[in-house]
Design a protein around this ligand. Structure first.
Ligand code: C5P
Length: 248
């Protein structure tokens, strides 16, 4: 009977175990240029991660960054927060699908027609999630925008619009994750930024929560940027994150 290690020669090593962080964390590559992002990823010497390319890196490096990440086997969340007329939003979704991107964002504030247009244009491999209320907004900034109601009411209302339009999920703070799960069911993706491990600086995230809290609240994916990419010791930050997630 063949042993289970059969075929595992040095040229064919066993797969690297996928850590909990690999399954749940999307690393926000908010770097000013591709070489800095590539250097951070190269130093991680692990299985390919979920990564997020946002406005900063995409405007700096363009689709070449997407191609390079695909070649390295990463799953790609292209977070350009599309907010435009339906025809343009649909074209953007099609273009992202053609690059082999896995997940994109559209602004829920773009309205039902724009959300539906993006959802219909996405094709088989791409998932589209709606951005509800930015995690940097607090009640004071909501008032300055003249937005009535609580943050949670607005998040749930806009998430419902996203679901009705055929989107795959939403981006929202973990503070709203439990209410979103209850309102929208198990299948609707919840992607939560604004994540800060215990003892790290909140920076401009007004409503930060810890990774374990976010998962407990029902988040599917956690977006984390600066606590990982700007950590004094990135390896230690990644290791501690895995311990935190394993203990949840
Ligand atoms: O560095 P930090 O962990 O705060 O990065 C969070 C990332 O998540 C940033 O790239 C930011 O653009 C994104 N994001 C967010 N709040 C949202 C949607 C996306 O912070 N509502």
């Amino acid at each position: 009977m063949p042993g289970h290690n059969e075929g595992m020669t040095p040229a064919n090593p066993p797969p690297i175990p996928i850590s909990r962080a690999h399954q749940k964390i999307i690393v926000a590559l908010d770097f000013p240029a591709w070489p800095a992002a590539a250097a951070w990823l190269a130093a991680r010497r692990e299985a390919p991660l979920w990564v997020k390319v946002g406005l900063e890196l995409f405007i700096a490096a363009g689709p070449a960054a997407i191609t390079a990440l695909k070649q390295r086997g990463h799953k790609i969340f292209l977070d350009l927060k599309i907010h435009d007329i339906p025809n343009t939003a649909a074209g953007a979704a099609r273009a992202a699908a053609a690059w082999g991107v896995d997940l994109i964002t559209v602004h829920a504030g773009g309205g039902p027609a724009m959300l539906a247009a993006a959802a219909q244009a996405r094709g088989a491999g791409l998932r589209v999630v709606g951005v509800t209320v930015l995690t940097s907004l607090d009640q004071t900034q909501m008032a300055a925008l003249d937005w009535p109601g609580s943050i949670q009411e607005r998040v749930v209302k806009w998430a419902r619009l996203c679901q009705q339009a055929g989107l795959d999920g939403v981006v929202a703070s973990a503070h709203e994750a439990a209410a979103l799960r209850a309102a929208l069911g198990r299948e609707f993706l919840i992607v939560t930024p604004g994540i800060r491990p215990q003892g790290t600086a909140a920076q401009d995230q007004a409503r930060a929560v810890t990774p374990a809290e976010a998962l407990r609240a029902g988040a599917d994916y956690l977006v984390m940027g600066r606590p990982l990419t700007q950590a004094a010791d990135p390896d230690a930050a990644w290791h501690e994150l895995n311990i935190d997630l394993a203990q949840r």
